[in-house]
Structure formats: structure tokens, C-alpha cells
Design a protein around this ligand. Sequence first.
Ligand SMILES: [Cu+2]
Length: 332
Amino acid sequence: MKNSIQLSVRTLKNVVWLFCLALLFSCEAEPVLQEEINAADLGVKKNHNIVDIVSTHMNIEVQSTIPSGWTTFRYDNRSHNPHFVLFDKLPEGKTVEDSKAEVVPVFQDIIDAIAQEDEDALNQALSELPAWSGEIIYSGGTGLLSPNHISEITVYMEPGTYVLECYVKDSEGVFHATRGMITGMVVTEDHNGNKEPKFTMEVRISSETGIEFDKKVRPGKHLIKAFFEDQTVYTHFLGHDIHLVRLDENTDLDELNSWMNWSDPNAFKTPAPEGVEFLGGMQDLPALEGKEESHVGYFDAHLKPGTYAFIAEVPDPMSKGMFEVFTVPSAR
Ligand SMILES: [Cu+2]
């Protein structure tokens, strides 16, 4: 369990680590139509009061204010690129405008410096990262989602000011947030009264044991509970998350494994690797001590027979037990 102060210290340590690594190694997808799935409903209970999030290009459209409590978001990706929507809870007094002015451009400078193997520029960019950015609490959000797909997630929203963003990179290495995929949202003290949803399947993720779940997965419509046993900061400055992907005969597992790391200038760029259909998931949850809701997020999945994987966006997820392939059999 880590609190935000510990996270910020670790973040700084990892900034230094990444800097050292950089010194050492001076180192548009076609739309896919979502298929109709005639599968059994395994007992998924839907929340009411759904909050819609829509992307039609490099944008994130959502209402500006919502009440607090368990909240279901429906993300509709109508654009031509895979995206996610990460919820960043800002420290008191900060807004999306502060993030746009002080954080997003710096991360763009950081990745540009790494790409250009420019040590001075990297050093300069790191020095410009505001101290308050270490106090941002990553608070869930929709996992990677291929174009023309819809994903529903449910998370517990604490009151506060949030940034919603996507940091996948375009083919030129520019973050989608830099291109406009960033917006603000305020969660008020008013409670929405929603209950925690009922789930049909559970997957657990931890920095020590990776991703764990019962691999006897039934086909059909699921609501998957993602339980974050802990949270930490990896060498890409961020923690672990979980994404559901459908694989096919064209999938190169090593390519996908390498792709899942924004801090690699050659990875996390669109177009995404071939043979990978992103079906959503759950972004980093903070797993705060004494706050059970901060360990838990839910996401829906329509699993038809085939090959899938749960994978985290961390450097080399395979080595961390965070790239788990599984098969969904035909219904009997
Ligand atoms: Cu994006």
C-alpha cells in the first residue's frame, strides 16, 4: 500500500532511474466494427445514471460535473484510433488548465528528448515537471479500446477535480493528450447513492504476483471485477493497470509486450500492433490503505469463443506476470 506522498517520492526516484537508463541506452488504424455477440447474459447487473464519454477524433467529451460515489462510465470510441480514458485526481486547487499548461507539455518534451537521445533536453524537461504533479492520484478509467467499440466501467469517484486524458501517441510520437485528448471534470460532495455492482468474474493484479484469475472463463457477457492488491511506480513513472485484448492468428505477442510502454519512443504509438483488438479494462487504481473502494474497479466484456489476454501497460509486462493469455471455449 502506498500513499500519494510515497508515490511522489518513488516517482522522483524513477525520474532519476529513467534518466540513467536514457543515458545508458541513449536509447492510423483502420476502424474495426464491433461484432454483434449472441452470448448468454451471465447475470450482469447494470448501474443506472450512466455517464457518457465520447471520442470522435482526438477529443474527450464528458459532462463537466458529476456527483460522487460508484459511477458507471460508458466510453464510446467513435474515432479511428485506439484510446483509453485515465482519470487523474488533481491536488487541491489545481485544474485541467494547470495540467495542460504545466504537465502535458513537459511529458511531451520528455518523450521527445528520449526519442532524440538528447540528454540535455531530457534533463531540462525533468527539471520543469512541477512538484504538484507528484501528488496526482491516478484513479481508474477505461482501458485501451479499439475504434468503434463501447466499454462500460464502474469506479468509486471521490469528490475532487479530475483530468481525463489519453496518452497513447500518434504515428509522429505526439501524445493524444497533446493533440487535445484531455478534459476536466469535477466530482461534487453530493453522493449519487449507487451501490457497488455485482460481478461475474474477478481478476487480481499486484506488483508482486502480477495478474491472477481463474482461467476457466465462460463465454458470454461479463462484468469483471479488477482488484488492485497494491499499487507502485514503475520505470515509466506510472503504476499498473489492466487491459483486455482479443488476439488472433496475426498477433505477435512479443510485439504487443514491447508496445505496452509509453516511455519507449517506439512503442505505445498508433497504429496499434496487428492482430490486437482492445476491449477496455481498468486504468491504474491507487489501492490506498484503508480505502477499500480505491482497490476495486469493474469493466464489462462480451467474451465469445477465442483467444484473449489480460495485459498491463508497464515496461515488459510479460516479465512481471502481467501478460496472461487465456482461451474462451465454446458454450456447451
Ligand atoms: Cu488516445
